[in-house]
Design a protein around this ligand. Structure first.
Ligand SMILES: Cc1ncc(COP(=O)(O)O)c(C=O)c1O
Length: 382
């Protein structure tokens, strides 16, 4: 690796955003309509496309500015008492927990399944036996979909509302014929990149409409509502998706199938080559009963132990290869969160955090970059 210099860092991710040329006709369309935000024609077109994909009425979904706001507003619509306990995995992105706290609830951190790396209905049932839980917020970790029929059964058995943080799972997480609530991210790094954006899909009567109203400050826009149009119905926020972002989302939607296919092929190839380079000592996230991951956006592996993980991280750094300890430290070890969360025993999450490393994953990865990564793996792990 001595012939590689600092300017040649292999990045962790490279977004597949629409080009300026692709965007221009959409910007012209937007400008001709003189509609730039506030549920304009492009947002409506995007929402109609989503409604068709999910086979749902357009009132059952709404776009939002990002998944974090989507989660906050969905949690707000649940109308739980202040301090209500929301169960979520200890191994997730910080926004899952901050959304809960900002709405006035308390996160309860649970373990994840050792193979699927996600909070399962079984883990949630066991948590409910340990303490009072008021709602559950499982995460579709790294885009891996949940089994919605199993979560619907959990809701029926326990009476607790379940909201899936499906931020990274656009195109993988579907309702699968079950009742449920899903929140997706359309961030640049996700499978349907719109720069920033989010999507809330819910079979709960009135939930998406309420989130839509809350995303527009909480103002009543319904002429048939029981208050004048423009009156403040509830305390909302400004979490509307702009027409600019909807334009990007619409372009990305046209290319989604092709990109998802390429990403699946790249992931398969890399995993195969990395398995060989490491003497088959790596472990990968397993598919659960929710179905396959359709559009991987990152690559995470588990090393045999912490020493090897740390050595690989160090060797990558020396070879100018970017890595990331995704979702680490665990939420209970983050200074800003630890006093605000309750935590159950999380042995699988702890073990994951000690052995997991994110490696470069993007469609424009060159053969030379790939060889550099494989060479480091072979040197450290084999
Ligand atoms: C699990 C999870 N939840 C929420 C978010 C936040 O999504 P957004 O950036 O759209 O607010 C992310 C973003 O990476 C995420 O990974």
């Amino acid at each position: 690796m001595t012939d590689v210099c600092e300017g040649e860092w292999v990045p962790l991710l490279v977004p597949d955003m629409p080009s300026p040329q692709e965007l221009l006709p959409w910007l012209e369309r937007m400008h001709a309509a003189r509609h730039y935000s506030n549920f304009g024609p492009l947002v409506r077109t995007l929402e109609a496309a989503f409604a068709q994909q999910f086979g749902m009425a357009s009132e059952q979904l709404t776009t939002v500015a990002n998944a974090t706001q989507g989660l906050e507003l969905v949690l707000q619509t649940l109308g739980l008492a202040p301090g209500a306990r929301v169960l979520l995995p200890a191994f997730t992105f910080v926004a899952t927990a901050t959304a809960v706290i900002r709405v006035g609830y308390q996160p309860v951190l649970a373990d994840v399944d050792a193979q699927v790396w996600m909070l399962t209905p079984e883990i949630a049932r066991a948590a409910c036996e340990c303490m009072r839980i008021d709602a559950v917020l499982p995460v579709a970790t790294f885009g891996m979909p949940h089994d919605m029929r199993a979560w619907q059964q959990f809701e029926l058995d326990t009476g607790l509302p379940v909201v899936i943080d499906a931020a990274a799972a656009y195109g993988s997480q579907w309702l699968q014929g079950a009742q449920g609530t899903l929140v997706f991210s359309l961030h640049t790094t996700k499978s349907l990149p719109a720069g920033e954006g989010g999507l809330v899909v819910s079979t709960r009567p009135g939930l998406a409409a309420k989130v839509r109203q809350l995303s527009n400050f909480g103002i009543n826009l319904d002429p048939a509502g029981n208050m004048p149009v423009g009156a403040l119905a509830s305390l909302g926020s400004n979490a509307k998706m702009s027409e600019y972002h909807a334009a990007l989302g619409l372009i990305s939607l046209q290319k989604w199938e092709l990109y998802a296919k390429k990403r699946r092929a790249l992931q398969d190839n890399l995993m195969h080559e990395m398995d060989q380079a490491s003497g088959h000592t790596l472990a990968w996230q397993n598919q659960g009963t929710g179905g396959p991951l359709m559009a991987p956006t990152l690559l995470c592996t588990r090393l045999p132990n912490t020493e090897i993980r740390d050595a690989l991280e160090q060797a990558c750094k020396q070879a100018y290869i970017t890595t990331r300890r995704w979702y680490q430290p665990l939420l209970q070890h983050m200074g800003a969160l630890e006093q605000r969360c309750l935590s159950l025993e999380t042995p699988n999450a702890v073990e994951l955090a000690q052995t997991l490393l994110g490696l470069p994953f993007f469609l424009s990865l060159t053969a030379v970059q790939r060889q550099r990564i494989l060479a480091v793996l072979q040197q450290v792990v084999h």
